[in-house]
Write a protein that binds this ligand. Structure first.
Ligand code: AMP
Length: 223
């Protein structure tokens, strides 16, 4: 089977991470989330993490050279040789151009760019209600997917936390940053014939099926 090299594009809260995890499991290819990698650097207080935190806490983007370096290193790992899902990268046109160059050098091509479409009001509701378990990584939503006991992880009993950048004032900024810097990537990938738009609202398994159809339909179309 040909390699599955994917980009998941969409505003924060659109469900890229949720769907990337499902597809990653189904096809045994890694989910490469620059947000997760940066958050782990922040937690470990590495030099890169200390620098990134200043941008992340206000909802601004971390400088291109930092994230481009992270992705290059990750795509060279053995587990990314049969496919990958880039979740949250690229987020600017220079990042997309760097990715094109990097993939050329690594002898890889993108299979598709899946773009998640969700209403602005719904995104805000999703982001501000999001909670995660700091111990096991499980995700919840206070309204749409609450834990059995308020504020406590079903899986491991730890106290759930809200991401620093999921507070309402930061969320608004992140969505503005998306419109200004990331949304132009839709035109970039559309012009290359790679863009596959999917609705990000609705039941998770239904969205999963639509993504599957859009990706594998696209493989057949371009074969
Ligand atoms: P996410 O988890 O994808 O919402 O990312 C959280 C934060 O990490 C973003 O608000 C940015 O500050 C930073 N970040 C993640 N990916 C990138 C990227 N590709 N370029 C710049 N900053 C990023």
């Amino acid at each position: 089977m040909s390699h599955l090299n994917l980009v998941f594009l969409g505003p924060p809260g659109a469900g890229k991470g949720t769907q990337a995890k499902l597809l990653s499991r189904r096809h045994a290819i890694p989910q490469v989330s620059t947000g997760d990698i940066l958050r782990s650097a922040v937690k470990n207080e590495s030099p890169m993490g200390l620098k990134a935190r200043e941008y992340m806490k206000t909802g601004a983007l971390v400088p291109d050279d930092v994230v481009i370096g992270i992705v290059r290193e990750r795509l060279e790992c053995p587990d990314a040789q049969t496919g990958f899902i880039l979740d949250g990268f690229p987020r600017t046109v220079p990042q997309a151009e760097a990715l094109t160059l990097m993939l050329d050098e690594l002898g890889k091509t993108l299979t598709a760019v899946v773009s998640f479409e969700v209403d602005r009001d719904e995104l805000v509701q999703r982001l501000v209600g999001r909670r995660t378990c700091p111990a096991c990584g499980a995700g919840y939503h206070v309204t749409y997917d609450p834990p059995r006991v308020d504020g406590i992880c079903n899986a491991c009993g730890s106290t759930l936390v809200q991401r620093e950048d999921d507070r309402e004032e930061t969320v608004v900024n992140r969505l503005e940053v998306y419109d200004a810097q990331t949304a132009p990537l839709k035109a970039y990938y559309s012009s290359k014939g790679l863009l596959r738009e999917v609705p990000g609202s609705g039941p998770i398994d239904q969205i999963e099926r639509i993504i599957h159809d859009r990706i594998f339909g696209s493989c057949r179309d371009t074969a």
